[in-house]
Design a protein around this ligand. Structure first.
Ligand code: KDG
Length: 350
């Protein structure tokens, strides 16, 4: 992660004149192009329709990944599987989409793991602060034994988990003032995901956290119900949070993955060859989406600064203060998540 010798404030008032839609349009246009479809046509019986719902918007990396998934599945099934995409929580937020899969009224979704911790406690691993120092460590965990076992463990309760993608490294934003130390968080109302560790993190840092669905977040920020929130740069831009948040701090405090889920009722209707096709497409989608997310990360951070957001980059000393301040969160959660699992991830980054 890039660090600087002293706190550096980045903002160009001129950039504020750059319309937001132009901003999103330029970002979308510079995303790595959707790759060609690899793999032969799969011949199997039946015609199927997949409604695929996500909470992030059409201009984010996640939607770009879904467009690749749609292309692969429709081409390799020779049109016998049709995919329809529903971004922006049109069909409900993460938890509503998951329960729709369980009841069989929706075929696919890809939520963040954080809102699902009450259903799958091991997912809390991803909510531990500063546990994934680099995207490479995240890949090794997601694509390795730990991540693949988690997909197997999460294939229950009416769900089939078939792959990983990336929401990304989370950054703090707020509407009140620059934040470069935990003290600056005193009294700030920060929205968190519906997740007990995130509440613990921001409470431990001295803020006043409140859990809320992603689908309600923009309005809550706009109306001042909360002062701030935290999400990856690409989600901050694709959700227009910089329209209602003047300040950001590059904290990289948590790495959040997306998990690709299929309704078990739908899955059991599919011939085995089509099940395998969806697994392969989910893998290719996840790899491409992570590539898009990482390619766009720094560029979008700069675009947000150009649009007038005041971004604070922490010095190594300031970052260490945040890390030391939240360290007690590990004591609270080590046993619940499993010390062995946490040590395994730590070993990956050694
Ligand atoms: O469906 C969108 C959510 O999965 C994702 O954006 C969650 O990061 C998230 C948040 O802040 O709720």
């Amino acid at each position: 992660m890039k660090t600087t010798t002293m706190t550096r404030v980045t903002s160009l008032i001129g950039g504020a004149l750059l319309g937001l839609t132009t901003l999103q349009a330029s970002a979308a246009s510079e995303m790595p192009p959707i790759p060609d479809v690899k793999g032969d046509v799969v011949k199997a019986d039946g015609d199927f329709k997949i409604k695929f719902s996500i909470g992030t918007t059409q201009s984010g990396a996640q939607y770009r990944g879904l467009e690749y998934f749609e292309k692969i599945v429709e081409k390799r099934s020779d049109g016998h599987i049709q995919v329809e995409l529903f971004p922006g929580a049109q069909l409900g937020d993460d938890l509503q989409a998951v329960s729709a899969l369980q009841s069989g009224t929706l075929e696919m979704t890809a939520p963040s793991t954080s809102p699902l911790v009450s259903m799958f406690p091991k997912f809390a691993l991803f909510d531990l602060p500063f546990l994934f120092p680099t995207p490479e460590v995240a890949d090794e965990v997601l694509d390795g034994e730990i991540g693949q076992q988690m997909l197997k463990d999460a294939s229950t309760n009416g769900l089939v988990a078939i792959g990983w993608a990336e929401n990304g490294y989370r950054q703090l934003t707020n509407s009140q003032h620059p934040v470069s130390s935990p003290e600056d968080l005193d009294g700030l109302k920060i929205r968190t995901m519906q997740n007990p560790i995130h509440l613990d993190i921001w409470r431990t840092l001295g803020a006043n956290p409140t859990p809320m669905s992603f689908a309600e977040l923009f309005t809550a920020l706009e109306q001042g119900v909360v002062d701030g929130q935290e999400n990856p740069w690409i989600t901050i831009q694709s959700s227009k949070f910089n329209e209602v948040q003047d300040y950001a701090t590059e904290t990289n405090h948590v790495y959040t993955p997306f998990i690709t889920l299929v309704s078990e009722r739908f899955w059991n209707k599919l011939p085995a060859d089509y099940q395998q096709l969806l697994r392969e497409a989910a893998k290719q989608m996840g790899d491409y989406e992570r590539h898009v997310s990482r390619t766009m990360n720094d560029q979008i951070k700069q675009e947000l600064a150009d649009s007038g957001m005041q971004i604070t980059e922490l010095t190594p000393e300031q970052m260490k203060t945040f890390q030391d301040t939240v360290a007690p969160v590990y004591d609270d959660w080590r046993d619940k998540i499993g010390g062995e699992l946490i040590d395994k991830v730590r070993a990956v980054s050694q």
